[in-house]
Design a protein around this ligand. Structure first.
Ligand SMILES: [Zn+2]
Length: 433
């Protein structure tokens, strides 16, 4: 109850300090006897010392290093932390003057962990995890602080799994030994072709060849999917990852077509279609027949709205019944419109280039709207088309000059898929007793 009444920060510090004291106590109790032994050995030669000197020779408790682990919270600065812990600000200034350390220390992110040891506020050592693979370590020696970066690389292991869905993709991936992240990534790879919210059904199956990241013999997380297969309602989709010469990675079908389309079907995540494209709909607010030349996606206020395709902002502002709206112009005479936004993405203005998937605003109910939703329109040469049905232009295929490299690199991945996939003829053959 008492701890609850205090701010959490102090709770954390208190427990760190208690841990520090506990360690210190342990150190003291193990160090003390050996100190006695050393003293005893020294006392052997000379005769017993006068009582006064003996009193001075009493072992004083070893002054403990205190140890603390600090989890960075929003708006924390090292300065504030040093002041709060009553650590030497001169030490902090000296730390910051070390080459490279200032940069490594000043950019704190919430959740970062800093551990340090000090003696009466005088810093002895400090470590900060910079990334999964690098830790900054600063220690004090006689001639001041010295810093180095300790590298601990991740080991990448290639693995594969397959399964069949009977309730959900998550359950099926988990049962096959994969993580939730893997399930999400798998759904992302095929998001242009398969609607994972509404279209996946029992009997659908998947096979994935992917990376696992390990460090010091421990599993860290799942990495990239190298190749994947999804069989949806009997139709097989396959994708392989290929790294382009500029370092960007994309998924292609085995014959080299990008699995990506030039447009997203759903410019808002987790939205549910609440009103479809309908040229003779009774308007819910105006209560008269008025064509609904777009799709409504119901989603909570504040849900991010993404640019359906790459293009340029041609309108950003209030547009009659659309409320706060953004219009994007794309290649091929396509324009997309996003209405009823609660707010626009910070800094978005007319003329800006946007990339497919980039957040342009947030769901709201400005203009003529009965509830929070995104109103989305797709026009080709000014003519409204149904965004749910219009054939979407494909993203570019593997360029001819990369074709040979693409095939050489993806062949083993596809072979790996073949070896585990339930739909694969090889696998079926292997299963025959
Ligand atoms: Zn609408």
């Amino acid at each position: 109850m008492f701890a609850d009444a205090r701010p959490r920060r102090f709770g954390i510090f208190a427990s760190c300090l208690v841990a520090g004291v506990a360690i210190a106590t342990a150190l003291t109790s193990t160090l003390a006897p050996s100190a006695f032994d050393a003293a005893g050995a020294l006392v052997e030669a000379p005769p017993a010392a006068p009582p006064a000197v003996e009193a001075v020779a009493q072992p004083t408790p070893v002054s403990p290093f205190e140890w603390a682990e600090i989890t960075i919270r929003r708006n924390d600065t090292l300065d504030a932390i040093f002041r709060q812990m009553e650590l030497s600000l001169a030490d902090l200034a000296e730390l910051r003057s070390l080459p490279d350390v200032r940069r490594s220390l000043d950019r704190l992110r919430p959740g970062d962990i800093i551990t340090l040891t000090h003696l009466d506020g005088e810093l002895k050592s400090l470590t900060r995890r910079m990334s999964d693979t690098a830790t900054l370590s600063v220690t004090r020696s006689d001639d001041g602080f010295s810093a180095n970066i300790i590298e601990n690389p991740l080991e990448i292991e290639q693995t594969a799994l397959a399964g069949t869905i009977d309730s959900s993709l998550f359950v099926a991936v988990n049962r096959a030994g994969g993580s939730d992240t893997l399930a999400v990534t798998l759904a992302e790879v095929f998001r242009y072709d398969i609607d994972f919210v509404n279209e996946v059904q029992p009997g659908d199956s998947f096979a994935v060849a992917y990376e696992q990241q390990w460090q010091d013999g421990e599993y860290v997380r799942d990495g990239e999917i190298a190749a994947a297969e999804f069989v949806n309602k009997g139709k097989t989709f396959r994708a392989v990852r290929y790294v382009m010469p500029d370092g960007s990675a994309e998924y292609f079908t085995p014959d080299g077509h990008s699995v990506r389309k030039a447009f997203l079907r759903f410019p808002v995540e987790f939205g549910r279609i609440s009103s479809g494209f309908n040229l003779a709909r009774r308007h819910p607010v105006l209560n008269r027949v008025r064509a609904h030349k777009g799709i409504d996606f119901a989603a909570p206020v504040g849900t991010a709205i993404k640019a359906a395709g790459s293009g340029r902002v041609s309108f950003r502002g209030v547009k009659g019944g659309y409320g706060n709206a953004v219009i994007l112009s794309h290649a091929g005479g396509v324009t997309t419109l996003y209405g009823h936004m609660s707010r626009f993405a910070r800094g978005l203005s007319v003329g800006d280039k946007v990339k497919q998937g980039e957040v342009i605003g947030y769901v709201g109910m400005t203009g003529l709207a009965t509830g929070p939703h995104l109103h989305y329109e797709y026009r080709v040469d000014g003519v409204h088309r149904n965004p749910a049905k219009v054939p979407l232009p494909k993203a570019e295929s593997i360029p001819a000059h990369l074709r040979a490299d693409f095939e050489a690199r993806t062949a083993p991945l596809l072979a790996q898929l073949d070896s585990i996939s339930a739909s694969s003829p090889t696998r079926v053959a292997q299963n025959i007793p």
